[in-house]
Ligand binder design. Structure first.
Ligand SMILES: [Mg+2]
Length: 304
């Protein structure tokens, strides 16, 4: 990596599950996703993955496809994991996990006692979910693949309630959906974040916006300042990436690959693919192909 100041057309800030990795196979299943990403990285476009998953997941899910497509080791690729709490620069050496190259923001970790408590009660819920051993800053319990999601939701609620009660006992402030309790403390320190396939118990300071801050900071340290940003996600919470970039004065457009959930109204452009049949990684692939063409031409496009 040179330290020379560079201004590529785009910086890409990408959610992984959904727009890049298929929610069905949990792999990079569409070949053009990897080839387009690698072509852009080779052209100097920084690619920052911004996921709630662990470094292990990024390594195992994304890296094989990128390496097969010819990703060079000095490519401007960064993985921000666990909603901004950890990050690393993925290379060929990271096909399983980030290992010693992983950086963890200690200020964004949940307390060790909470991790151990969740681990200790996980066996009570192993009919429905499993403890994700790969997380370094947060706790995640994920639904068993193939479980009936209504059954899971009930068990998930019971698990979340146990954690809520534990945090009350420990006098740790917590937010869980609409519920909020200071528990005698001065601030909300922990968030219980249930999704359709998992519960994350995380530091209240993490989020997709933190990943955006990390992306700007880590690229600036390498002398890279993109002229414009493009963000891509399948969830409402992914808009927080573009929100933060916009707040900080960058030009940004957000691609929503699951618009059926309802597009959010923003003052920056929010885009969808022209073909409503394309969702998730199929839509992600369409965005990447378009942006690759823009990079080749050296000019941003305003539409598909
Ligand atoms: Mg996602």
């Amino acid at each position: 990596m040179t330290s020379q100041l560079r201004e590529p057309l785009y910086g890409l800030l990408l959610d992984v599950d959904g727009p890049i990795a298929s929610p069905v196979t949990r792999t990079v299943a569409i070949p053009s996703i990897a080839t387009d990403l690698v072509a852009m990285a080779r052209a100097g476009v920084p690619i920052v993955f911004n996921t709630g998953r662990s470094d292990d997941f990024v390594a195992a899910t994304v890296m094989p496809a990128l390496l097969d497509a010819g990703l060079p080791d000095d490519a401007p690729v960064i993985a921000v994991c666990e909603k901004g709490a950890t990050w690393f620069t993925p290379t060929r050496a990271h096909l399983r996990n980030a290992g010693v190259d992983l950086r963890v923001d200690d200020a964004l970790r949940v307390p060790t006692g909470l991790v151990e408590y969740c681990r200790s009660i996980a066996p009570d819920f192993d009919d429905a979910m499993f403890f994700d051993d790969t997380k370094k800053a947060m706790v995640s319990l994920e639904a068993h693949h193939g479980i009936d999601l209504d059954v899971y939701r009930e068990r998930q609620h019971a698990f979340d309630q146990r954690v809520w009660d534990y945090l009350a006992e420990q006098e740790i402030g917590v937010v869980w959906g609409e519920r909020e309790a200071l528990n005698g403390s001065e601030d909300i320190a922990v968030r219980i974040d249930p999704t359709i396939i998992s519960t994350d118990i995380e530091h209240a300071g993490v989020g997709k916006n933190v990943g955006a801050d990390k992306a700007i900071e880590l690229l600036a340290a390498r002398g890279i300042t993109p002229r414009e940003w493009r963000t891509l996600g399948d969830s409402r919470s992914d808009y927080a990436m573009a929100d933060r970039l916009h707040e900080r004065g960058f030009v940004v457009r957000h691609g929503d690959v699951r618009p059926a959930d309802g597009l959010l109204d923003r003052t920056y452009p929010v885009e969808v693919t022209p073909d409503p049949a394309l969702t998730n990684d199929a839509a992600g692939a369409a965005f990447l192909t378009r942006w690759r063409a823009d990079v080749k031409r050296g000019e941003a496009s305003a539409a598909f």
